[in-house]
Design a binder for this molecule. Structure first.
Ligand code: DO4
Ligand code: MG
Length: 286
């Protein structure tokens, strides 16, 4: 079962959709569902969705939907250096900060940083940004954990933690500028519900970057390579914190293009996670 937010020619304002087959969206907004956030608070989410799906709902072909990010007022946070590949790439990018990455990979406390407001996240199909003052930009394909306000893990989505490697590499104190700027976070198209960590750890992650329609980079990893459990990451995120609207947590990247690669305007970034779907975004300078 997968949830999304979408609009269509007939309905220009975002609707809440449910798909059981990736072919048809059931328009839950027409069945009285006011917000995705509220739906994720349901004490029996799967039961609620089954009941809604068996009622009289409008059906929309997935091909007619224009997706927006599956977040409303939630904050989006991100964990970092959770894969060996991310630690190694970052240690290469900066002699100055190398020991910080090395230490955080092994430390009890993970790296967790604020990434975006949910309402600023870009959905599948919308342009993701590269900073106009950065020279070395990459996408970071990441599994994202979706929590409700009770800190319950209620779903998974696909995330892109766009990053400016030259800015991060110059000085780790510039991390917020390397990570958080216009259109730096993409999410979607779906939130997969009714799956747990054991299942998610069987999923593969694939990144493809296209330029002029041709592939210029592709790479794969597996969710099972994430060093820390989801309970550990979620536990640290919620320490001395409160997320009244719930929260989304990106879990780090395990795919890093070679050091000579940088994104260009017009590229297309395609991220697929088994069990969820494909998040695809063109790249624009912002
Ligand atoms: O330490 C900087 C950010 C790490 C990150 O975003 C990642 O590993 O995915
Ligand atoms: Mg990242």
């Amino acid at each position: 079962m997968k949830l999304c937010r979408f609009h269509s020619a007939a309905h220009p304002f975002p609707r809440i959709g449910l798909t059981l087959d990736d072919v048809t969206l059931l328009d839950l907004s027409g069945a009285g569902v006011g917000s995705l956030t509220e739906l994720l608070e349901s004490p029996d989410l799967v039961g609620t969705l089954k009941r809604l799906a068996s009622g009289p709902v409008r059906r929309v072909p997935v091909g007619e939907a224009c997706f927006v990010a599956p977040t409303e007022q939630q904050e989006v946070w991100a964990a970092g250096v959770t894969y060996l590949r991310s630690k190694a790439a970052r240690m290469e990018e900066s002699e100055f900060s190398a020991s910080a990455y090395d230490r955080v990979y092994d430390a009890a406390r993970p790296e967790i940083f604020f990434k975006s407001l949910g309402q600023k996240a870009v959905g599948s199909g919308g342009p993701v940004g590269i900073r106009s003052d950065a020279r070395w930009n990459v996408p970071e394909p990441e599994l994202a954990l979706v929590f409700n306000s009770r800190a319950e893990l209620v779903g998974f989505t696909v995330g892109n933690d766009m990053s400016s490697r030259d800015i991060e590499g110059e000085n780790l104190l510039y991390l917020p500028q390397a990570k958080t700027y216009r259109a730096s976070c993409a999410l979607g198209p779906y939130i997969r519900v009714a799956a747990d960590e054991t299942e998610a750890r069987t999923w593969g992650i694939r990144l493809e970057i296209l330029r002029g329609g041709a592939e210029v980079f592709s790479g794969t990893t597996s969710v099972s390579n994430i060093k820390r459990s989801f309970g550990e990451l979620g536990g640290w995120l919620h320490r001395s914190q409160e997320f009244r609207q719930g929260v989304v947590l990106l879990t780090g990247t395990g795919i890093v293009p070679p050091n000579e690669f940088t994104l260009a305007a017009g590229d297309v970034v395609r991220i697929t996670i088994d069990g969820i779907g494909t998040l695809e975004n063109p790249v624009a300078v912002v």
